[in-house]
Ligand binder design. Structure first.
Ligand code: ADP
Ligand code: ASP
Ligand code: MG
Length: 419
């Protein structure tokens, strides 16, 4: 029997009526002859609420308990989706991660898949069940504890199941009708893409475009999963949405293909650290151990005359997600107290955002950086940190200019038109 994976995000299962709407889409595929694995998110807002409860209870929480709490939203929607399908005479059964079992690493709140054995679900399909509804975002560690895959992780659950069950396609149903040149919610000129290359999608996702979780794109690319993003609120058919595919299958060839942003960034600067071998390791080692995801790093020689620091000194600046600032601060202060690093001051700026332009065409075209910097300058946006790679340029700016910057860059690279 051909098999499809259909994933429904939070807004698509936000209430019972929407769960019913999603279930109707599933039923239609069953009527077309497919067995279906449905992956569900928690109802929209639920995971944020659960995270909030954990943080209020314990600011530097035990990640095992975070996962125990935060994974629960998906259990509710999985059960409700199975019930809704049964009410429509579709034989369906729900599965929590541990029941499948979805085996992951024990990296709580950022776990990775180890294995998804097929036996249990295959046996149910063989019994005549047409739909397996699986709670997204969660798994079980080798120690037998519940894990979660990081925010947006249901996308990754969906792709992993599509790979494990050799699905014909993995359809990600969400609240937009595809992948756009930038977030259509902040740039009205954003244009829907018919296709996007895995690599570009990977870069956009990792730079903040939350329409797909980064890891889901990585897995899709590795296992050649046919991945599609489409709307759960519109009538859809085989041609709807955006297909994420190989670079060779794409006709469009703009130098820059999209603009991404990440609002929840923070910039931390260690003022006057020694400029000698081993210092970067002494700073970033404890941060890594504390689970801080350091992103951009700049080391710049201080111009100031530091009488108290004979020899050369430098400032070390890095960015990390805003919700890791407390953790990062503690790791650095502990290291300072233990004498393994020396610095005068820790300056934290929590009012920054990252804006990036992405495009495979950047590999062979010069001048993207200067177009980007000119466009930002023309709108009076000051750049605090810059990072580049082969197919992206990112800047850290004041958060209040984020939307303006995204729109300015969308215009500067003429993304509203296909050619
Ligand atoms: P779901 O709950 O279905 O997983 P998400 O909120 O995680 O949905 O992702 C969908 C959202 O991603 C859209 O509502 C949109 O605001 C945002 N988004 C950001 N960048 C893009 C983009 N380039 N194309 C489409 N949507 C984007
Ligand atoms: N509910 C989880 C989240 O909000 C997982 C997901 O929706 O993909 O991050
Ligand atoms: Mg999502």
């Amino acid at each position: 029997m051909p098999l499809l994976v259909m994933k429904f995000g939070g807004t698509s299962v936000a209430d019972l009526a929407r769960i019913r709407n999603a279930a109707e889409k599933v039923k239609r595929e069953v009527e077309r002859g497919y067995d279906v694995i449905v992956i569900v998110s928690a109802m929209s807002g639920k995971t944020n609420e659960l995270v909030g409860w954990v943080e209020q209870t314990s600011p530097l929480f035990d990640a095992r308990e975070y996962d125990a709490v935060v994974s629960s939203g998906e259990n509710v929607t999985a059960g409700l989706m199975a019930l809704t399908l049964q009410e429509m005479d579709v034989p369906a059964r729900s599965w929590q991660g541990w029941q499948v079992p979805i085996r992951t690493t024990s990296a709580h709140s950022a776990a990775r898949f180890l294995e998804i054995p097929r036996e249990n679900l295959d046996a149910k399909f063989a019994e005549g069940f047409k739909v397996a509804v699986v709670a997204g975002f969660q798994g079980v560690s080798p120690e037998g504890r519940i894990t979660t895959l990081g925010r947006g992780g249901s996308d990754t659950t969906a792709v992993a199941f599509a790979a494990a069950f050799a699905a014909e396609r993995c359809d990600i149903y969400t609240d937009v009708d595809g992948v756009y040149t930038t977030d259509p919610r902040i740039a009205s000129k954003a244009r829907k893409l018919e296709k996007i290359a895995y690599e570009e999608m990977l870069e956009l996702a990792s730079l903040g475009a939350k329409v797909l979780q980064t890891r889901s794109v990585e897995l899709a690319m590795r296992y050649k999963v046919k991945l599609r993003v489409l709307s759960s609120f519109e009538d859809t058919d085989e041609t709807s949405g955006t297909l994420v595919c190989d670079e060779e299958d794409i006709m469009e060839s703009k130098v820059v293909s999209g603009v991404a942003y990440s609002r929840d960034e923070a910039k931390m600067t260690l003022v006057t650290v020694e400029d000698r071998p081993g210092v970067a390791a002494a700073i970033f080692g404890p941060l890594a151990e504390a689970g801080v995801n350091v992103d951009m790093i700049v080391q710049n020689i201080s111009e100031k005359d530091y009488g108290s620091h004979p020899g050369s000194v430098t400032d070390m600046t890095f960015s990390c997600p805003i919700n890791q600032v407390a953790r990062a601060r503690k790791a650095l202060e502990d290291a300072k107290a233990a004498g393994s690093i020396v610095y005068d001051e820790l300056v934290v700026d929590t009012e920054v955002a990252k804006v990036s332009v992405v495009g495979i065409g950047m590999r062979s075209h010069a001048g993207v950086a200067s177009t980007m910097f000119k466009a930002l300058a023309a709108d009076g946006v000051n750049i605090k940190v810059i990072a580049t790679s082969e197919i992206k340029i990112s800047v850290l700016i004041d958060r209040k200019y984020m939307e303006l910057a995204v729109q300015a860059l969308h215009d500067a690279f003429a993304l509203e038109t296909a050619n």
